[in-house]
Write a protein that binds this ligand. Sequence first.
Ligand SMILES: [Mn+2]
Length: 423
Amino acid sequence: MIDFCFVHAADLHLDTPFEGVAKAAPEVGDALREASLEALDRLVALTLDEGAAFLVLAGDIYDGAERGVRAQLRLRRALERLGEHGVRTFIAHGNHDPLTGWSAIGAWPEGVHVFGSRWVESVAVEIGGEMAATVHGVSYARRETSENLALRFARGEAPGFHIGVLHANVGSDPEHAAYAPCSLADLRAARLDYWALGHIHRRHEVSRDPWVMYPGDTQGRSPKPAESGAKGALVVEVAGAAVREVRFVPTDTVRFVHGEVDVGGLDDLAALRAALLETADALRAEHAGRGLLVRLRLRGRGPAHAVLRGPRAVDDLLDDLRDEWRGATPFLWLESLRDETLSPLDLDEVRRRGDFSAELLALADGLRADGERRTALLRELDEPLHRGRAARWVAELEGAESELAVLRRAEARALDLLEQGQA
Ligand SMILES: [Mn+2]
């Protein structure tokens, strides 16, 4: 059996607009307008760099009919490039780009196979004159496809590695539209080796027996959790007609990311601003080389809460921070700043309440006064949680932080949890 690799991508949503941001920041809007198309170029480069035998696209290649022309011409060119290098492409369409209605391209470049919608087609792939794989797939005929398309797949008798290409909601994920809903058992029944799925934009592994994978979209589309973080494609290495390794490689140029700042130790507006800049800098370092759309949340209890409650306070801070990064390359656009802070607690009042929170404060007060008991407690915590959190705290202790600082943090965290429970 010949060893080979292929690339699995889905949900390219080529030429997605991002109209909301473009109004507020034209330079960010421009970058976003190109992002989905640049992701396609990176996907082609990745496929060639990896020496992949073929590329599999599992639906929602286009975002919608109204932007079809630019996207289709770009895709045609990209696949032509792959074809020139002897790399084939297999395409199954999904709910955003069903087969009927608007496709402007009649003939695709050589080596491109677009699966039909009437039945599952099975295409044999030979590598070096040897039967290496069979790629099975089906496209949506129209957007509202509620049929369980997985039931139409079957392995057949051909030797080699078997791949199923489908745009579907496996396990009926309630966060996503129930297009072509099916269960893992339905997929298993087809006895394929790898299911190249699309539809769910959050990259994840559904199963390894058989391999059932969602690569996620190739470029994030919004600040929603499923759209944030690195986006890209999967490189699947096949050896001896079995999966040897699946690797994620990012293809995005613009990234939606989330950050959080705890206002607990921040005494004034200057400290708050500095902490926000620091968080943004950390995100820039983590996602180096990418334009960032950042959503920041302010949490915790502290004096900053009162500052943030002022009229326009959060908006003014947001504008000020946006100015800070104006013109940065790659860009950093603060998409939003959310104030979820709470007012500082009156600890004396809590002590008088005689409830769990009061008991917690009494315990912390006792530990503050008794160094021996404090050290003994940390050791005791460390035993059952070896290499766990306590171990890390103790390690930190040996660094910059004092036992008392750790105690204060633990107290604040526990008190927060208790007080939230009462809210
Ligand atoms: Mn999609």
